[in-house]
Design a protein around this ligand. Sequence first.
Ligand code: DGY
Length: 332
Amino acid sequence: MTQPTVFVTRQIPQPALERLRRHAAVEVWPDDEPPDRQTLIDQVAEVDGVLSMLTDPITADFFENTPRLKAISQMAVGFDNIAVDAATRKGIPVGHTPGILTETTADFAWALLMAAARRVVEAHNQVQRGVWQPWGPDVLTGYDVHGATLGIIGFGRIGQAMARRAQGFDMRVLYFDRDRYPLQEATLGVQYAPFDTLLTESDFVSLHVYLSPENRHMISRDQLKRMKQTAVLVNTARGAVVDNDALAEALLAGEIAAAGVDPEPIPVDHPLLGLPNAIVTPHIASASKNTRLHMAEMAVDNLIAGLEGRRMPNCANPEVYTACGPRMEIIN
Ligand code: DGY
């Protein structure tokens, strides 16, 4: 029986890869940098399955020439880099990894929140440069987290995990989402607030939304102006949810106090990178060893299911199973 062919766009944890190799002839992109566009196009045109990362733009034109492709499985919860509608039109299921990275991502959002509030990175950088200021009443003073108001934008799994952690800090928690969550309002003591109210009343604003055309730059000049001058912004969602140019200006002008953001690459000369009150990390919120292993395992489960014509356990476009059905050819 001929094995299906699979292209994996980056090295993934070994146990997951070995399992995939038992089901398919696998080619793994060997570099630390993602494959360039042409390589990706050529590979996608030739294989039965792709295990992709959020750094692989799989645009609609890819699907014009995918005679064999039966499944795409992304090792990420977000899939804004994939033209899912085009995949759906071709009956190709797209897998993703929801749930598994929730707690790890919330942990990291809290790490950014605490570090920005209490100026941990700025203090560390000073000490490392040999600048050891003597203790002083106003040396490196930051903002209290306990008892403050946390505003959570996007109250899905990760937003709710943020709220659970906030209970330990006796915080008032506001959330904004297109849906209301009455159960969580009762059990976690969180309050729904309209978007503008959340911005004006929160000491900490943390973003937990998918990137879509509608919420690209949902935090920009106007929204930053509405926030408190003492506020801290945290973004562990996709970088483009925040207008980072506007954020740098707001931080420089003292319109808000600090920020901790975890975007995909921004230019090395971006003004945000020179600001002491901005902590910027390279999109590592889900980067614990355990979680990355579990994400890879989940992505492999989705891919194997897709290749075998079974329903993917976690599918971003489940309508493929109703609208036109996935490609169910028997692999032989
Ligand atoms: C995701 O999964 O979408 C994160 O951005 C990376 O883990």
